[in-house]
Write a protein that binds this ligand. Structure first.
Ligand code: ACO
Length: 350
């Protein structure tokens, strides 16, 4: 059977470092509160006007493409995962295609938030396995800092997120015992509203409960997508019930990792490195304990970069590879959980 492999990876983190203490200039918070609840010490924010989600993705992609031994013109498909696109539409994939002077290949955007990169990887894996494409660029990138509420009102969400990008080039593996062994994708919309950004959107309060509200008082026809009241009442920012997210994440994360292991007749002890989506250090520590993994078996870098949503797995995997923690023949497990909820895993024999 034809398998796909990750032939090259790249990452890009913006230069601007914002420590927890820096955030206290904008909101009532403290280094102690943030570190205790999330493990985060600092995060990076993109240059406000000089960098976008796509420009960061391009920097990560250049490295991934070079490491894969190809050129941008060899890429035959783009899959771009983000929840913070440059434009509401079109997606970032076409901007990347244009700016990297790629051929007129297919470009697809994936909107699966924290599991976006794994959904994208899974789609790429199927295209490689069927022989349809030979060099697929899979990207995860976010510029969260442009769309967070940095006042005390939004502190439960804004302190968690950071900006950055990661990219991988997928190619057919010459050795069919190596490469992506399997991917596993799940969703449950039952809790769609507890980690979400409702506006701008077309919901018109259709899913009305105390969580999903938008203020249309001033809205005339044609003004429902976004109103002045929404801006005044901070209804254009992400919202999260952190406690509920935590409870469900610590259940689904281990389950989807075990599902991947079982599908391949493997055990947690076989994992060389688990690269979980960097949601929250406490969540990663919970997974590690539940699966009885050692510190060496788990990659964490949320302390430095915060939660970069779709970018977190490719950044962490790339960093682990650069640190020499990912070598030929190693069993690598990727796992994610996020808004939707959606959750996913991938097992890779490197
Ligand atoms: N600094 C100081 N105080 C804060 C902050 C902050 N940044 N944020 C909230 N607080 C306050 C609240 O106002 C509240 O005060 P009150 O008791 O006077 O009302 C108190 O801290 C507790 O607030 P909670 O929201 O209940 O905080 P909690 O202890 O649950 O911690 C957190 C919040 C860290 C988000 C936690 O719920 C959590 O870890 N949840 C998991 C969700 C998560 O990590 N999501 C990441 C993104 S989603 C993903 O990637 C899957």
């Amino acid at each position: 059977m034809l398998r796909s492999k990750i032939a090259g990876m790249g990452k890009y983190l913006p230069k601007n470092v914002f420590t927890n203490n820096d955030l206290t200039k904008f909101m009532e918070t403290s280094d102690e509160w943030i570190q205790e609840r999330t493990g985060i010490k600092e995060r990076r924010y993109a240059d406000r006007t000089g960098e976008t989600t796509t420009t960061m993705a391009i920097e990560a992609s250049k490295i991934a493409i070079e490491r894969a031994g190809i050129t941008p013109q060899d890429v035959d498909f783009i899959i771009f995962a983000t929840l913070s696109p440059d434009y509401f539409f079109p997606g970032c994939g076409v901007l990347l295609q244009r700016e990297m002077n790629m051929k007129e290949i297919g470009a697809m955007d994936v909107r699966n938030q924290c599991s976006g990169f794994l959904y994208a990887l899974s789609v790429a894996d199927q295209f490689i396995k069927t022989g349809m494409y030979k060099n697929i660029l899979v990207v995860g990138a976010e510029k969260h800092s442009f769309g967070l509420d940095f006042s005390t009102r939004g502190r439960n969400v804004s302190v968690i997120f950071g900006d950055g990008a990661g990219a991988a080039v997928l190619q057919p593996s010459e050795d069919n015992s190596r490469g992506i062994l399997s991917t596993h994708l799940h969703s449950s919309g039952a809790h769609a509203e507890i980690l979400a950004q409702y506006n701008p959107g077309t919901h018109a309060n259709h899913w009305m409960n105390e969580q999903v509200v938008a203020d249309f008082d001033e809205a005339e026809i044609g003004e429902m997508f976004m109103s002045h009241s929404m801006i005044d009442k901070a209804q254009l920012f992400p919202t999260m019930d952190g406690t509920s997210v935590f409870k469900i994440a610590v259940d689904k994360f281990p389950a989807v990792i075990l599902e991947a292991l079982q599908a391949n007749n493997l055990q947690p002890t076989d994992i060389k490195l688990l690269v979980p989506h960097q949601a929250n250090l406490r969540i990663s520590q919970f997974i590690q304990k539940k699966l009885r993994l050692t510190d060496d078996q788990v990659k964490n870098n949320i302390q430095k970069y915060g939660n970069t949503t779709a970018a977190s797995i490719p950044i962490a995997l790339c960093e682990a590879w650069e640190e020499g923690r990912v070598k030929d023949g190693d069993l690598i497990c990727l796992a994610a959980f996020g808004s939707g909820f959606t959750w996913a895993s991938a097992l890779i024999r490197w």
